[in-house]
Design a protein around this ligand. Structure first.
Ligand code: PNS
Length: 169
């Protein structure tokens, strides 16, 4: 065994949660930056049964696996339930989220305070790279659905998956 655990040090873990339907370059930028700050980063694909996505959960996980493999310390899992329970079960003390704009802040602050009140887990915000400050999975899907160019907004693998999926529909 190598790494912090073998040296008797505590492993610093964080989670990047989301729907990731599909993962975008904005998500990837935050995951990459979290992976350079923590020993282990979990990407938690949260299951919301009331929201039918474009991609199945397993497809989302597979895409995230492939595009984060180069970081070497990113694990990808799905979860159904409260994010704080995901954190508790894996001894994760920190949630890392990207903040795109002030408009994100109100809801993110509510969730951060709720999660901290529920279990003491901390939320850390990383300012989104301005290149991606307008970016969301929903917009990518909408633009791609109508034939708009999203090649600069998602990893090439995701672009292929989007093209496949949208030509099937
Ligand atoms: O990518 P999204 O859809 O904006 O991500 C939102 C997500 C999944 C991070 C958020 O809805 C969440 O944490 N859901 C898990 C359920 C939960 O813990 N809800 C209470 C939040 S205070």
């Amino acid at each position: 065994m190598t790494g912090p655990e073998s040296e008797g040090k505590q492993v610093r873990r964080a989670v990047c949660p989301g729907s990731f339907d599909p993962i975008t370059n904005g998500h990837l930028d935050i995951i990459a930056r979290a992976s350079s700050l923590y020993d282990e980063v979990y990407v938690a694909v949260m299951i919301n049964q009331s929201k039918k996505g474009l991609f199945e959960i397993e497809e989302r996980i597979d895409l995230i696996h492939q595009v984060t493999a180069e970081y070497g310390n990113v694990r990808v899992e799905s979860f159904h339930g409260l994010l704080v329970d995901f954190c508790k079960q894996r001894e994760i003390p920190a949630i890392v989220k990207g903040l795109r704009a002030v408009s994100d802040f109100d809801y993110e602050l509510q969730m951060a305070q709720m999660n901290n009140g529920l279990s003491g887990v901390e939320t850390l915000f990383i300012p989104t790279n301005p290149t991606y400050s307008f970016l969301s999975s929903s917009l990518v899907k909408e633009v791609a659905t109508w034939g708009g160019d999203v090649a600069h907004l998602v990893p090439p693998l995701v672009l292929d998956a989007l093209r496949d999926r949208l030509t099937q529909h």
